[in-house]
Design a protein. Structure first.
Length: 237
């Protein structure tokens, strides 16, 4: 695999418990053409190793790249990215992935678990910027164990207030003092989504077992057409 882009850290800060948002300015070349939902490879200091992350930013901001990185003391990629400071340079190969946002005006269901929200974030920001949330129904389910793990709740609630057809539903599996949806996010999706999703598109990211379970619920119980389920972690047959 070859390096295609070099970039410099512009900012780095926590956006939820244990999850860092890192913004890079592209140096060479100074822009990248990608589709919402694609990912990249980060080259580690050992040039024979790479780690893979969804691009969290919108394709409209072509001169910058944002990554959401979950803290992982055993993961070489997370350790490297957490060590970067403002002004440090990094090397990428991008874009990658076929589970990007498809063109069209189908209704959409997004399901993410914890840091899997990075994949969904790029698509939702792009849809907002291009005024594609006005005339279609969009359901976004975000699962976590506890409330402080949820990503960008304020922004998602702002979108829900801005667009009548955009619905944001966080669900917690381990917190008892919570007024929202509880249980595994697959259970929340099963409870709240309509019975016939045959005309919908679905996008999901998170732990592989969660993504597979989401696909099972949507396809087997909600009539979603299998080819209209998109994820880099799992593709239903």
């Amino acid at each position: 695999m070859q390096v295609t882009h070099t970039a410099q850290v512009v900012s780095s800060h926590f956006v939820s418990k244990g999850i860092l948002l890192i913004k890079f300015k592209l140096l060479k070349p100074q822009s990248v053409d990608f589709k919402a939902g694609q990912y990249l490879a980060v080259f580690l200091p050992d040039e024979d190793k790479q780690s893979y992350y969804s691009i969290a930013s919108s394709p409209n901001e072509s001169g910058y790249i944002e990554l959401l990185v979950k803290e992982d003391k055993l993961g070489a990629g997370a350790q490297y990215l957490f060590s970067l400071k403002q002004g440090d340079e990094a090397r990428f190969s991008m874009p990658m992935g076929e589970a990007f946002l498809r063109d069209g005006m189908s209704n959409l269901v997004f399901v993410a678990g914890a840091s899997g929200a990075s994949y969904i974030r790029s698509m939702i920001r792009y849809l907002d910027e291009t005024d594609q949330l006005s005339n279609r129904e969009v359901q976004y389910f975000l699962g976590a164990q506890e409330e402080d793990e949820l990503l960008e709740v304020e922004y998602m609630n702002q979108l829900a207030n801005k667009y009548a057809n955009f619905h944001f539903t966080p669900g917690l599996s381990s917190q008892v003092d919570w007024d929202g949806e509880t249980g595994l996010i697959t259970e929340v999706v099963k409870r709240l989504m309509p019975a016939d999703l045959s005309d919908w598109d679905a996008y999901s990211a998170g732990p592989p077992a969660m993504v597979e379970a989401v696909a099972g619920v949507l396809i087997n119980e909600k009539k979603l057409t299998a080819p209209r389920f998109f994820s880099d972690f799992y593709s239903p047959e």
